[in-house]
Design a protein around this ligand. Structure first.
Ligand SMILES: C[S@@+](CC[C@H](N)C(=O)[O-])C[C@H]1O[C@@H](n2cnc3c(N)ncnc32)[C@H](O)[C@@H]1O
Length: 228
């Protein structure tokens, strides 16, 4: 059974509600080293953009600064405690956001709806990451960009430590998994071509390494097969 299928066996209907985690996420200061990576996610942002699992709206101020003018910002966030904070954050930063209560596994948008999809530290938490990636491929326009910043499974002895810690960590950190093969998942998907990938220097064990990058949705059909 794949990592995703095993986690998905119970369906995606469990409640997503983590009031303490949402409050801590708001209160704890963001490491300064993360800023340049958040800027990376939104640089020269234009067109219809989807912020997947926007949390408290951490990316909103960065998006305001980086916007090139014709930005239409959409976001989904299933946790009501995060979403309320995101709404406030959108108001405070002055970013018009179409914010919806939805999950990445089932996006409430038509095919080919977005120029850019952004994922900031979210594929560690989504219950069914394979289904979510299918949805990203579906809602991105051909040629659209998927930008990500994610902590992933270590590629050395630390991975065993992440396996051991993950059950406890998930409970404390709003469902976050330390040991996901997120990059393998991204780069092996037929709907995308890899544009850029970089292991960053931020993040400490057990939530490291942190990887950022960009995939481009194939122009010629979801699976790279010509359709014209
Ligand atoms: C670690 S936070 C990241 C928040 C924000 N994107 C950031 O850059 O800091 C993970 C977020 O994913 C959300 N989430 C959990 N399950 C999700 C799902 N199935 N689909 C979309 N978002 C989900 C959580 O509610 C939480 O807000």
């Amino acid at each position: 059974m794949s990592e995703s299928t095993a986690e998905h066996a119970g369906g995606c209907d469990h409640e997503i509600s983590h009031p303490v985690f949402a409050a801590l996420y708001d209160l704890l200061p963001e490491p300064a080293q993360l800023r340049s990576h958040r800027e990376y996610l939104v640089q020269d942002l234009s067109g219809r953009t989807l912020d997947l699992g926007c949390g408290n709206g951490e990316l909103f101020p960065y998006a305001v600064d980086a916007s090139t003018g014709d930005l239409e910002y959409h976001a989904i966030e299933p946790d009501p405690h995060m979403r309320t904070r995101a709404e406030n954050n959108a108001r405070e930063t002055g970013l018009p956001v179409d914010l919806r209560d939805a999950r990445a596994e089932s996006l409430p948008y038509p095919d080919d709806a977005f120029d850019v999809v952004v994922a900031g530290v979210v594929f560690c938490t989504i219950q069914d990451p394979d289904a979510a990636l299918e949805e990203v491929a579906r809602v991105l326009k051909p040629g659209g960009e998927f930008r990500f910043l994610e902590h992933v499974r270590a590629d050395d002895w630390r991975a065993s430590g992440q396996d051991l810690l993950t059950p406890l960590w998930r409970r404390a950190a709003g469902g976050c998994h330390l040991n996901r093969h997120t990059i393998d998942r991204f780069v092996s998907h037929d709907a995308f071509g890899l544009e850029e990938i970089e292991r960053t220097g931020v993040g400490v064990f057990p939530a490291s390494p942190v990887v950022r990058g960009r995939l481009r949705r194939n122009r010629d059909g979801l699976f790279g097969v010509g359709t014209e």
